[in-house]
Design a protein around this ligand. Structure first.
Ligand SMILES: [Zn+2]
Ligand SMILES: [Zn+2]
Length: 129
């Protein structure tokens, strides 16, 4: 696969106190951890990477659908993300932080950081336009 990887269907990120989730049932992660482990996650309207230092990751179950390419193609993705689930519909849709570690030179800008000095700039996240 030479550095390209499949993305799993995107999870949704909430603020820990979001009324739309069941409190206490999902682990709270720092935004930095979420950025590393869920690079294609979708932000709920309660949460923004630039405004929240922590969030919770809600797994999203998508109805069966065919792969339909979107215009969103991360540099390390095997092909453009699916317009429906933001995954790549690969054979290895395995959850896990190890699989989803961003490659060097691609990182998300955290609150308070600037893109100065980072080769290639920051990774643009879904919803972060
Ligand atoms: Zn929410
Ligand atoms: Zn899909």
């Amino acid at each position: 696969m030479m550095g390209l990887r499949d993305y799993p269907p995107a999870a949704q990120i909430h603020r820990p106190d979001c009324p739309g989730i069941s409190q206490g049932t999902l682990p709270e992660l720092t935004t930095a951890e979420i950025a590393r482990s869920h690079p294609n996650a979708v932000m709920h309207n309660c949460y923004h990477f630039h405004q929240n230092t922590a969030g919770v990751v809600e797994p999203v179950v998508y109805p069966p659908h065919d792969y339909k390419p979107s215009t969103n193609k991360p540099a390390d993705a095997r092909r453009p993300l699916c317009a429906t689930c933001r995954g790549t519909h690969g054979d290895q849709q395995v959850e896990g932080a190890g699989l989803l570690l961003p490659t060097r030179g691609q990182r998300i800008l955290l609150p308070g950081e600037s893109s100065g000095g980072i080769p290639g700039g920051g990774l643009i996240l879904p919803g972060n336009r």
